[in-house]
Design a protein around this ligand. Structure first.
Ligand SMILES: Cc1cc2nc3c(=O)[nH]c(=O)nc-3n(C[C@H](O)[C@H](O)[C@H](O)COP(=O)(O)OP(=O)(O)OC[C@H]3O[C@@H](n4cnc5c(N)ncnc54)[C@H](O)[C@@H]3O)c2cc1C
Length: 139
């Protein structure tokens, strides 16, 4: 795991699990500068840059999984639903969006908690809001 800082922000218990896992090695204060391998074919390693010393090293690996930050998967609704500057769907009065009859829940509209249980809870809210909307419409 390559990480830019010298510590993780994840919950303590998740950090402890990762740090204690013998098949995970940590490269602190480093970033991936280049993925090495045959163009368009096989990954053979990565070139790392230490963000403090700027020293470059190469590390052999068979694959790369990128997880940096969080961007809501809302491009599909661009121009259709009102969103904030970060791309989160804006909801008000429960799960209502800017389009009547369209309700949003979960990570696409929550930049604060972004947890499974809060997403599930807001999913229930959206289902109830949708049901009430349809009832009011006589559906
Ligand atoms: C690495 C990681 C670790 C996490 N750990 C925890 C944790 O320990 N505890 C916790 O509570 N939460 C955790 N979370 C957060 C949790 O996973 C999310 O908050 C939760 O899954 C959000 O639920 P959601 O239904 O809003 O979105 P998602 O679970 O992302 O579901 C969205 C669904 O929509 C589908 N989809 C996307 N686009 C389309 C489309 N165009 N058409 C049809 N379907 C589409 C996707 O395939 C996906 O199935 C973690 C998240 C990550 C990434």
């Amino acid at each position: 795991m390559v990480h830019r800082r010298d510590a993780l922000r994840a919950s303590k218990i998740m950090q402890e699990r990762a740090l204690a896992n013998p098949i995970i090695a940590f490269q602190w204060q480093s970033m991936v500068e280049e993925i090495l391998g045959d163009e368009g074919h096989e990954v053979k390693g990565v070139r790392l840059k230490n963000v403090k010393t700027e020293a470059r090293t190469e590390m052999a690996c068979d694959g790369v999984f990128i997880a940096i930050g969080h961007r809501p998967n809302t491009a599909l609704f661009a121009g259709r639903l009102h969103m904030d500057e970060r791309g989160y769907i804006v909801t008000e009065d429960g799960t209502k969006t800017s389009v009547p009859g369209v309700f949003a829940c979960g990570d696409v509209q929550d930049h604060v908690y972004r947890q499974a249980v809060t997403a599930a809870g807001s999913g229930c809210m959206a289902a109830m809001d949708a049901e009430r909307f349809l009832e009011a419409e006589g559906g």
